[in-house]
Design a protein around this ligand. Structure first.
Ligand code: SF4
Length: 117
């Protein structure tokens, strides 16, 4: 598996594969990259950014994101949940709009303010 490390602007190209006795990892320049490659191989994580519907707001949709990374394989489930909720204005940056998304323990928060009409 080939991975481009996103942990710094060098964007090292890292090769990682399973071999007898463990993982073979080549192309990283530092320990941060080596750990990132292992995480990408075993349990990739991502910050989710999307939007949710707003009622009584000056804008019809609110950009939101997860407070922390969640497992990549839960992104579509999380998007499905968030596509079915409606939040009511006023909303402030950082307000929690959904708790414990997909049982991850991670909250989804507002990425901006939205005033009430
Ligand atoms: S491996 Fe290290 S040096 Fe290379 S992109 Fe990742 S963090 Fe940067």
């Amino acid at each position: 598996m080939k991975i481009t490390c996103i942990k710094c602007p060098l964007s090292c190209s890292i090769d990682i594969k399973k071999e007898e006795g463990g993982l073979k990892i080549e192309g990283y320049e530092c320990e941060v990259g080596r750990r990132y490659a292992i995480e990408e191989m075993e349990k990739p994580m991502r910050i989710l950014t999307t939007t949710v519907a707003v009622k009584k707001g000056i804008h019809p949709v609110l950009p939101v994101r997860t407070e922390k990374e969640i497992p990549k394989n839960l992104l579509f489930d999380a998007i499905e949940i968030l596509s079915n909720i409606i939040v009511e204005a006023p909303i402030q940056y950082g307000d929690i709009v959904y708790r414990n998304i997909c049982g991850t323990g991670v909250n989804v928060i507002a990425s901006r303010d939205i005033k009430r009409i």
